[in-house]
Structures are given as C-alpha cells and as structure tokens.
Design a protein around this ligand. Structure first.
Ligand SMILES: [Zn+2]
Length: 165
C-alpha cells in the first residue's frame, strides 16, 4: 500500500505520510479525503492517496543547501543542455565563473562532460546551447521527495497538486 500526499488547508503540499497515518487523520476528522485511486480499505472507505488538513499549519521555511548532490537531484541527473541522463554529470556555471557567474541555484546546472567542454568559457547563447529548464532554487526538501515519487511513475494523482513545485 502506498504513500499519501498531505495537503495543507490551503491545498499546498505539506508532506508525505503513510496510508495508516493518513487514515488516522481522516478518522479523527483532522483531514478530509481529496483523492483515492480506487483501492478500497473497506467497502465504504477508499484508500486515500491525497488528503487535506482541515486546519492550516504554518510551516517554517528551511533552506536547501546548494550542493552538487542537490543540484543533480533538482536537475534529475539530466544534462540540462542535451538531456543526457546518467551518473557521470558535471556542474556547469551558466554564466562562467571567470565572467562573474556566481555559485547560485540560478547559475548552476547539471551538464554532461561533452556539453560542458563544448560550452567552455561561454554563455549558452554563445555556445549555441539551449537550457532545457530555467534553473532556480527548489522550494523545499518536500520538492525532492515529491519529484522522486513522480519520476518513478507512481502517484500520478499527486501531480495536479504539485504544479509549480
Ligand atoms: Zn549534455
């Protein structure tokens, strides 16, 4: 049995929990069922896949450190120029460091060795490379967890609640 996406009262994704914990929240009427995938726990109780808290919970913002591992995770281990997917990726400064490019989420992307070498000391435009996405700071560690689940094809019913994450 699967995991359940918990939404805040505002419908923003809050966390991922076990189906058992989700059922407890439903039975205690602390949450309402938003989505299920048709599997039944009992004849009148569909197994939830998305629930929503009845009361809004304030979440403190936690910043994700800019590390190689996190950049690769954000970029789904895919070269942001050619789409190559693999473990042997490098990090590329979109605006090269030698030209004032900073170590920021917006300026660092995963790139395969070939694209990185081809790009060299140039901007993507100068090297006639096109970024596949607009690199940016991930919102939260939930972002990583969610993208992991969505990437492996499970929990597609979560997708509409994670747009923009
Ligand atoms: Zn590449």
């Amino acid at each position: 049995m699967g995991k359940v996406l918990v939404l805040n009262a505002s419908y923003e994704p809050l966390n991922i929990t076990s189906w058992k914990r989700a059922v407890v929240l439903l039975l205690k009427e602390k949450a309402e069922q938003v989505e299920h995938n048709g599997k039944m726990l009992s004849p009148n109780f569909p197994l939830p896949t998305v629930i929503r808290l009845r009361q809004y919970i304030r979440v403190p913002y936690t910043e994700i450190p800019l590390t190689r591992r996190h950049v690769l995770q954000r970029d789904e281990h895919t070269c942001q120029y050619c789409g190559y997917h693999g473990d042997d990726l490098t990090l590329d400064h979109v605006l090269p460091r030698s030209r004032g490019g900073k170590d920021t989420w917006e300026n660092i992307v995963a790139a395969c060795v070939r694209c990185n070498v081809k790009k060299g000391n140039r901007t993507p435009k100068e090297a006639q490379l096109l970024l596949r996405t607009n690199p940016r700071r991930p919102y939260s560690s939930l972002y990583f967890e969610l993208s992991k689940y969505l990437r492996n094809g499970s929990h597609q019913e979560w997708r509409k609640y994670t747009i923009g994450l």
